[in-house]
Every structure is written in C-alpha cells, then in structure tokens.
Design a binder for this molecule. Sequence first.
Ligand SMILES: Cc1ncc(COP(=O)(O)O)c(C=O)c1O
Length: 486
Amino acid sequence: MNSTYPSSISAWHDTDEIYARLYALVKQPIRPLRRDRMNEALRYFEENCTRSKALTDEAKQYIPGGVQHNLAFNYPFPIAIERAEGAYLWDVDGNRYIDFLQAGGPTMLGSNYAPLREIIANLLQSCGPVTGLFHEYELKLAKLINRFMPSVEMFRMLGSGTESVMAATRAARTFTRKRKIIKVGGAYHGWSDAMVYGLHIPGTGRMEAKGIPRGASSHTQEFYPNDLGALRRLMIRNRLRGGTAAVIVEPVGPESGTRPVPFDFNQKVRQLCDEFGALLIFDEVVTGFRLGMGGAQAYFDVRPDLTVFGKCITGGYPMAGGVGGRRDIMMRFAAGIGGTGERAYVGGTLSANPLSCAAGYYALLEMERTNAPLIAGQAGDRLTRGLNAMIAKYGLPYVAYNQGSIVHLETSGTMLLDFRNPLKLLKEVKPRKHMMEEMGAAYMANGIVTLAGSRMYTSMADTDEVIDDALECFERVLSSAENVRG
Ligand SMILES: Cc1ncc(COP(=O)(O)O)c(C=O)c1O
C-alpha cells in the first residue's frame, strides 16, 4: 500500500466472507418488507410528494421516462430536488433527505460546497464558462493530478467518464496495434458502443446492445468477476486473433465494488498485462480521489498504464472526464489540426473549459486540505458497522460492506445474479429487482436517498450525527422486513 495520502479504506474487507454471505442471500427466496409497511412507505409519496409527482408526470410528455438521468428514475415516481447542501437534499415539496446518492459519487466535499461555489462564481465573472482557447487552470489541474497520481504523467480532459473510456481504449489500440479490449463481466464503463457489453450482469454480452451494430463490440470481451484463469485463457486465445490491446478494470470490482475483488486482484491483472503485452487501464471514475487523493492505484500500489477519470475530477461540476497515464501513450492524443497517422482522435467543444478545470483544481486541493476522503471513509465505516449490527439484531439475510466511502447494502441479491445460471437469472431477476426498487422507496420515505436502493456514497459532510440519524431511519425500514427476529 502506498501511503503518501491517507486512504478512505481503513481495512480491506474479507472478500471471501462477503461472497459467502452474498451467495447465501441469493440462494434463498427474497425477504422483502412486510406488505403493510411497504404500503405505508408508498403512501408517503402520494401524500407528501404531490408537487414532485405533478412535475415529473408533466415531464413524461417532454422527456422520455420523465427524467434525464437513469439514477433519477426512482420508484414509485421520481422526486424533484430543489435544494442541496452538505449532507442533505430538499425536494420541491419541502421534504428533507440525507443524501447518500451524492450525485452518483462526485461531491466528496458534500453537496453544493460553498467555498467551491464562490470560486466558480468569481471565475464566471471574469472569463465565463468557456472560450475554446487555453486557460491556465488546464495546466494547474493536470499538474495537480500528476502530483496525486504519479502514473498520470500527462492528462487529457474530456466531457465524461464514457468519453474518457472511449479515448483510453482508442489510445490503447493505437499504441499497441492490437485489437481486443477485455472488461470484467457486469462492470459499467459508460455507454459507448463498444462498452455496452456484459453490462450490469456478468455473461450477458450484447444483451443490452440495442441499436449497436455487432461490429462495434466485436472486439470487446468479458470474463467473470475475479476469474483470473478465464482472463489468462482469453489473452492466450487473443494472441492469434489480433492480440489484447488492454484490460480495463474498476479496481475495487465492478459497479463500485458491488462484486468486490480480493486485495491482490489488481496486482495479478497487472502481471498478466505485462506477460501478454497488453495495457492496464484503471477506470477510476468512481474511485479517483474518493478512495484517497492517490486513488485506488495508490491503495493497491499498482501502476496502471492509463487511468480514466470522471465524477470527482470536477468536484461535482459539469463536464467530468479525463484520461491520463504514460507519456508515450498519452502523446497519441496530441492536440492540433491535422493527423500524424499515429493519432487517437479525441475532441469535444467543451472539453477542458475553465469552469470544469477550476472546479476540479480547487475541489481536489480542498479535499486534500480537509482530508475529505478519510472523513468520508470513516462515515462509511460507521454506517456499515451500524447496518451490520441491525442485520444481526433482526436476523436478516442482508449484507452490508464497504470500501471506505462506498457502502453496499444488498437486500435482494439482484446484483449477484449472473449468466452462469441463466434459468435462475430469468426467473428471479424481475422480482429481485422490484424488491430493490421497493427498498429504495422505503429508504426514501424514511428520509434517505440511496443509489438504486443498494449503494451509498458518503461524503465529508457526513458527521457522526448524520450517520446516526441515518441509522435510525434504516432501522425503521429493516425492522419491518418479513419474519424479523425479536
Ligand atoms: C466506473 C464507471 N466508469 C464510467 C462511468 C461513466 O461515466 P459518465 O457517467 O461520466 O459518462 C461511470 C458512471 O457511473 C462509472 O461508474
């Protein structure tokens, strides 16, 4: 472990023990909330969220599904947010929630952090959000990232994590002159044509690839989470089929560590990449700066060839994306009009605008100064400890675990289904998914916003008091599951 910067993770979990509990959860029938308590939760929305309902009902006429972001699609209907501050969100009906969605992860300093907002407001007074020309903050941000993550010798800013994964894989192919990109089954690396493959559920290949020509993902491959033998076999086979350009991993495991890795997994993938002449790409869209200023690469002490950024890279401000890494590979992105034949093309009207760069620069400095990743990690530990105590107290099969400020609460086991057992998957995915939605609704009715009812991101704003309040809310929900002990 590289200890230049404190990590958000106090101790790596016992991965085998977590899987044992997760598999036990998926083996048994679902244990949802008692119907009367679930109906009570649903009544909350009808009675207390009328303006949200009116707005999002009307939005359905103009916006497909009524909301623009997949994570905002909450059951029984989306909630419209009016105000955000620190650990809290307020909806348009005036209800307050503890915010464990944290916009999907970027706001480590807490929502709408005032010192950052003031800096950005001042910047807007002087040069506005974009000019299309170089701004000093581009340099400042790239230098700062290089200080935190020495593997990022050069950095290219882009508009989102999705774009940055596209860029990283393109550079890998240009640099290695090889074809295949291998990802872990179930991992989400954005929604580009090539990456909508083995999405969310391992082994499902092109199942979600509606509207994507077969050729677009014909050189994308997946292997089951943590199956290093399968990865090796793919790389051997690829030798005769164009070679492996890169292996891309989320270093804590797919979906922010929902299927967690053993501690030495990344080191072993690094070794395989070296053996087969493939590049190692770390997708640090979630883990970058959340696990510590050095990211997951510092925590696992593994040096990737390329790192993909998103989310925290702009402190929650728009256009959060970038790719960085080895100078010789990054030079494939050299800017300017006119190609050299060696170039991996990237672009974007708003890439590297001063607003995003300044937001990222000051957010990262502030996170370093305040030790935000460490504080958020301690909040994650406290939350997980409390949840596990409750699970034991009520005799529930649920599983809580965390990687610092990334907290998982699996109640339905949806995220553990895979294509190795297709019959079980087909039969159970819908009811388990519905339970997950219901749990999300019940948490919300009790004052907590989660990510899809199974994941939570903590931030620096989550004091012990906030976490203890949240645990009281969770206890109201978990104690109303079917057949609780006591
Ligand atoms: C690990 C990972 N990679 C890539 C992405 C895509 O990033 P963006 O939503 O900025 O396109 C996400 C988004 O959640 C992610 O979690």
